[in-house]
Design a protein around this ligand. Structure first.
Ligand code: FAD
Length: 397
């Protein structure tokens, strides 16, 4: 196959797509554009916050993609896309032409929907929702917290990257604090009414941390309205209540990564509408959007989902270029969450494409049982690092 595929973004979705394109069609020229030489996963980042995983172990380089899989890796940022001339403009490497383009930039934060703080305040009020350094900032603040202090965790509204992430985070911050500062408290201030794996999380929180974690939903005044950075306050309930945090982990609302916004790949929601079978943009042809940036029906925004999109789109593009019929295989999501290093809970889903929609196949996935015993929780906690090793090997190995 004599064609060039450019992939923007070497994260969970883009790196998978680049690798599998070379796997399905070794003759293709595949160029991966990614500014960072090391990709730090967000997944397992909460384990680092909990004090039982080193941050360095979450970093992955691009050597295997380059040397083992013959992907052309360029460490640069895509600045603009011209769908007419089929060119991507880069910061320092000029213009790259493509036959097909994959856009996988992940998320950006919708700071225009946040009152009282912006990106310049994230050293004081860290989000730890992008891999690497942002996690370090939050961890340092947790280490500096006095016993008896309060940690505010403010999850975002839907849709956002990793639905169970904020709730695993509350648990694992509690795990750390219980050992080091047992009088500290964690307060979850949430715009939502319910959250992923809620009963399982609440059961684990109570069993392991008693009343250390309190969670307030939007209807009970939990929704953050405004933040005051200088005196470390989060105002909720229409501004009626002020909560002071010694540490504030405010996770901002999200939308598709900046390049998707700039390249007219998003609709009014801020996310990228795509053909639900092929992941091709409904706005510009020959451009495919995968991972968190895409609207993928019932699939959550997760690394596991992003990895599945990457494989599906690689097979789709290879088939299409060959003139073969397009693949239509089911996709999968699995999300392990740790409530402690010995207490794991899982959600899994299998998805199919039907009549223009991605829907979950009933009965094919499921949740950890609520009445499982401690042995079962411990076994699932052992599976979680296994999942991490296998998915990162699949993406970067
Ligand atoms: P990303 O992985 O963010 O990759 C995007 C890449 O694009 C980045 O490397 C970025 O540098 C690059 N990029 C952006 N703009 C440009 C540009 N203009 N030019 C070139 N490159 C660009 N998922 C799970 O499945 N299981 C979990 O247990 C799990 N735990 C999580 C825990 C936390 C705390 C968080 C925050 C997330 C977790 N996730 C988990 C979700 C997971 O991290 C994301 O869903 C996943 O990384 C999405 O992949 P992506 O490729 O779309 O985006």
């Amino acid at each position: 196959l004599d064609a060039r595929i450019v992939v923007i973004g070497g994260g969970s979705a883009g790196a998978t797509a680049a690798k599998y394109l070379k796997h399905y069609a070794p003759g293709l020229r595949v160029t991966l554009l990614e500014p960072n030489e090391t990709y730090y996963t967000c997944y397992a980042g909460n384990w680092y916050l909990g004090g039982f995983r080193e941050l360095e172990t979450l970093g992955h380089g691009y050597g295997n993609l380059r040397d083992r899989h013959d992907v052309e890796v360029i460490h640069d940022r895509a600045m603009a896309i011209d769908p007419g001339s089929k060119e991507v403009d880069t910061r320092t490497n000029g213009k790259l032409t493509y036959d097909r383009l994959i856009v996988a930039p992940g998320i950006e934060f919708a700071w225009d929907r946040v009152e009282g703080m912006g990106p310049e305040d994230t050293e004081a009020i860290p989000h730890a929702w992008e891999g690497g350094r942002p996690f370090e900032v939050l961890r340092r603040q947790l280490k500096d917290l006095e016993d008896g202090g309060t940690v505010l965790v403010c999850p975002p509204e839907e849709p956002y990257r990793c639905p169970p992430g904020p709730y695993e985070r509350m648990a694992l911050i509690a795990h750390y604090l219980k050992q080091e500062k047992p009088r500290a408290k964690i307060l979850g201030l949430d715009p939502k009414e319910t959250f992923s794996k809620q009963d399982l999380f609440k059961q684990g929180w109570e069993a392991l941390y008693g009343d250390m974690i309190e969670w307030i939903p939007g209807s009970q005044g939990g929704a953050p309205e405004r933040i005051s950075v200088s005196d470390r306050k989060v105002f909720t309930d229409g501004g009626a209540q002020a909560h002071t945090g010694d540490v504030i982990n405010f996770i901002p609302p999200q939308r598709a990564g900046a390049i998707a916004q700039e390249a007219d790949l998003v609709d009014d929601t801020g996310w990228c509408p795509v053909n639900q079978k092929t992941f091709e943009s409904t706005r510009h042809s020959d451009i495919y959007i995968i991972g968190d940036a895409a609207v993928a029906g019932a699939m959550p925004k997760s690394a596991h989902a992003a990895n599945n999109h990457g494989k599906l789109v690689a097979a789709t593009i290879a088939s299409d270029l060959r003139g073969d019929s397009l693949p239509d295989f089911p996709t999968v999501n699995t999300c392990y969450s740790l409530v402690s290093p010995e207490w794991g809970i899982t959600i899994a889903g299998v998805y199919e494409h039907q009549e223009g929609e991605i829907t979950e196949i009933e009965g094919a996935g499921g949740l950890s049982p609520l009445d499982a015993d401690r042995d079962q929780r411990e076994i699932e906690a052992m599976y979680a690092p296994g999942w991490y090793e296998s998915i990162t090997e699949d993406i970067f190995g």
